[in-house]
Design a protein around this ligand. Structure first.
Ligand SMILES: Cc1cc2nc3c(=O)[nH]c(=O)nc-3n(C[C@H](O)[C@H](O)[C@H](O)COP(=O)(O)O)c2cc1C
Length: 187
């Protein structure tokens, strides 16, 4: 798929199944992520690939943390947390790795990591894979961040769930650029 088609048509896919991206596809995705705009070439990002048994472990971690945050949690809610990461055969946790820099404010480093995440999504779509960016409480909880090995200078910008679409992909509704773009005129 050409670049503009991927940019114009990318859509999130929630229903994902095996196979996960293979090594060659992952290489393409990683290269796309690493071409995000990046003030000062700081490379303020890193990525954790989670698959197989580690997805089960992640679900157990989500459930454990949900229970410690809400001791009265129901069994059904716990099961929901456990099954969350199993909605795809692979998750790529996208992490902003920030550092003090007099020229590059903290927020710009987070934005760059977000841009890398978006590149990953668009490249996945271009390869015919399905993907969706998810966050929620499980991206921001300090205990989760700690158990995933994030350092104090790191933020989880999102979990990219990725795999093969298990339902037909519907292209997104076209938006009207005029609603969002205008020319700054002198008046
Ligand atoms: C930072 C960020 C966090 C998001 N978190 C979630 C989430 O937790 N759950 C979810 O269903 N969608 C989440 N989304 C939205 C989806 O990734 C997706 O963009 C949205 O469902 C619209 O679909 P589309 O990408 O096909 O336009 C998030 C998007 C961004 C940019």
């Amino acid at each position: 798929m050409d670049a503009l088609a991927a940019l114009h048509q990318r859509v999130s896919i929630t229903k994902l199944t095996t196979p996960a991206p293979d090594k060659a596809q992952l290489h393409q995705l990683f290269k796309a992520a690493l071409r995000a705009a990046d003030h000062g070439n700081m490379r303020p990002w890193r990525f954790l690939v989670i698959e197989g048994e580690r997805l089960v472990a992640l679900g157990e971690l989500f459930a454990r943390v949900a229970q410690s945050n809400k001791p009265e949690i129901t069994t059904a809610e716990l099961e929901r947390f456990k099954s969350m990461p199993l909605r795809a055969p692979m998750i790529i946790a996208c992490i902003a790795k920030t550092a003090e820099n007099p020229k590059v404010p903290h927020i710009e480093q987070i934005i760059a990591a977000g841009a890398a995440t978006q590149n990953l999504l668009t490249a996945a779509f271009a390869l015919g894979l399905g993907a969706i960016w998810r966050t929620g409480d499980m991206a921001y909880d300090p205990q989760i961040k700690n158990e995933l090995g994030l350092a104090p200078n790191e933020e989880l910008v999102g979990y990219v769930y990725i795999g093969t679409p298990s339902i037909p992909v519907h292209l997104p509704r076209e938006q009207n650029p005029e609603e969002f773009f205008s020319y700054w005129s002198q008046e």
